[in-house]
Design a protein around this ligand. Structure first.
Ligand SMILES: Nc1ncnc2c1ncn2[C@@H]1O[C@H](COP(=O)(O)OP(=O)(O)OP(=O)(O)O)[C@@H](O)[C@H]1O
Length: 252
């Protein structure tokens, strides 16, 4: 008879757990409290959007969770790894091996084809890419007939899909997307958001996205709202109108 795992060994349902996260930026004058005791957890295999008025702390939260910025106090766990206890070298490896990033700018290398761009990070890390995973990611992102094209021959939406595929192919524990549709027209934006959502459904990917766009947020399973560095609202499966209403209430 098998013994049930102890609580310490039981896998957590959360990809990322944030507790008491505070970030104070020293400035010439009054220090800026960008995050003020944020507690939030992101479930594995779910798509969560982070929203809030300008200056509410969205980017700071994402940067602290991604190991790109160091919190003043509090805890960030990726799986069972406490990020705040890692030195710079370990943080760099953690970002490379366990986290995927998609930004507003696509950051593709212009002289490499879509396929080469997708495979580049794994190549640099000296890590083999599972051919099945590659095929699956290419299918999910709808890039099968575009793999040999240079970025200049792709639309903005297709370029961002290459960036999403590049972020997904290594099977990161979490994909952080910072305004991924900020440079796209609404049709291309909708395509990219659909692919992000499909990656959550088909690849059980965990996605956390910062956005200003209520329509983009409505693709998520859940939207959390920040104001003045604090988590003030948390909504499951909202419509774009729900998001607009809550943002208006926060900004009012
Ligand atoms: N490096 C920094 N030094 C000083 N203050 C900073 C720094 N980075 C951010 N801040 C301040 O921290 C607060 C939160 O900023 P943050 O960029 O996280 O907000 P945001 O919600 O992402 O804003 P936006 O929607 O405008 O991008 C703001 O008051 C900002 O001015």
């Amino acid at each position: 008879m098998s013994t049930p795992p102890s609580a310490a060994e039981a896998p957590t349902p959360y990809a990322v757990v944030v507790q008491g996260l505070t970030k104070v930026y020293p400035t010439g004058g009054e220090p800026v409290r960008a995050l003020d005791g944020v507690d939030v957890s992101f479930a594995r295999g779910a798509f969560t959007a982070i929203m809030g008025p300008s200056g509410s702390g969205k980017s700071t939260l994402m940067h602290c969770m991604a190991g790109l910025d160091t919190p003043t106090s509090g805890s960030v766990r990726l799986g069972s790894t406490e990020l705040t206890s890692l030195d710079d070298k370990r943080l760099t490896l953690l970002r490379r091996d366990r986290i995927g990033f998609v930004f507003q700018s696509f950051n593709l290398l212009p002289m490499l084809t879509a396929r080469q761009n997708i495979l580049l990070p794994a190549q640099i890390a000296g890590r083999p890419v599972d051919p099945e995973r590659f095929a699956h990611v290419v299918k999910v992102t709808g890039l099968a007939d575009r793999l040999d094209h240079l970025p200049a021959k792709l639309s903005g939406g297709q370029q961002q899909r290459v960036a999403v595929a590049r972020a997904l192919v290594g099977g990161p524990e979490v994909l952080y997307a910072d305004e991924p549709t900020g440079n796209l027209d609404s049709r291309s934006g909708a395509e990219v958001l659909s692919f992000l959502r499909d990656s959550v459904r088909d690849l059980e990917q965990t996605v956390v996205m910062v956005t200003h766009d209520p329509i983009a947020a409505s693709y998520a399973d859940r939207v959390v709202f920040l104001r003045d560095g604090r988590l003030v609202d948390d909504v499951a499966h909202p419509t774009a109108q729900d998001v607009l209403d809550r943002l208006a209430a926060l900004e009012g």
